[in-house]
Design a protein around this ligand. Structure first.
Ligand code: FES
Length: 221
């Protein structure tokens, strides 16, 4: 959107707020766009007096976000990229493992990112008995607990990520169910993405002055 454009409706805040207190040493882990959600929580944890160690991971250099901002609110910041095009090649869990192996005292881990990343973090910290909070991102529709779309299994009980979460104890989440539910619409999502990319190609071929605002939705020229 451009400066001056408006958003029709905004609903919120929804769900429960993050638990912010002085835990001691907190490792905040952001994977991909999860870093955008991890940043304000890292800042709040720092303000609450915690020692904050942030670990950010992205697929490649272009996808590393909020580095400067996170550095300002962290006592230490580590970055990994899957392909090694920036900082250290590897995954955020490699850095967490290093911290654990170095004997760093960790009172809490907060992990926000793709499901496989949060699952791997939770498995690693379970063995070490380090309290771990994950922020879940199931498909959400209404965001108010009515549709059931965001249902997750926590300690064998159904919870709604939109009202009971999004943050849950990572050691109690059934990640297998989460993976299965989040892949329910994969075929439809891929079809939408293909259509979007096809229309974007068409749009990109139209000179800017000839474009109409509905070009993306109706291919209008
Ligand atoms: S998004 Fe509908 S119940 Fe959570």
């Amino acid at each position: 959107m451009n400066t001056g454009d408006s958003i029709l409706d905004v609903v919120g805040p929804l769900g429960k707020p993050s638990e912010i207190e002085n835990f001691g040493t907190v490792v905040v882990m952001g994977g991909g766009v999860g870093t955008a959600m991890a940043y304000p929580t890292a800042a709040a944890l720092k303000r609450a007096g915690n020692r904050v160690i942030s670990i950010v991971g992205a697929r490649n250099k272009e996808l590393v976000i909020l580095e400067r901002e996170l550095r300002e609110v962290s006592d230490a910041l580590m970055i990994t990229t899957d392909d090694g095009t920036y900082a250290d090649k590897g995954f955020v869990t490699d850095k967490l493992r290093q911290l654990i192996e170095n004997g760093t005292r960790i009172d809490l881990v907060l992990a926000i990112g793709p499901i496989p990343m949060m699952r791997a973090v939770a498995e690693m910290t379970r063995k070490e008995r380090i309290r771990t909070v994950v922020s879940l991102n199931p498909i959400m529709i209404d965001g108010t607990g009515m549709c059931g779309g965001c249902r997750v299994l926590v300690d064998g009980k159904s919870e709604f990520a939109c009202v009971d979460g999004p943050e849950f104890d990572g050691h109690r989440v059934d990640f297998s169910v989460l993976v299965q539910r989040n892949s329910m619409y994969r075929a439809a999502e891929q079809k939408s993405m293909q259509e979007f990319q096809r229309e974007k190609l068409l749009l990109d071929a139209v000179p800017a002055q000839e474009r109409t605002t509905c070009a993306l939705h109706g291919g209008g020229r």
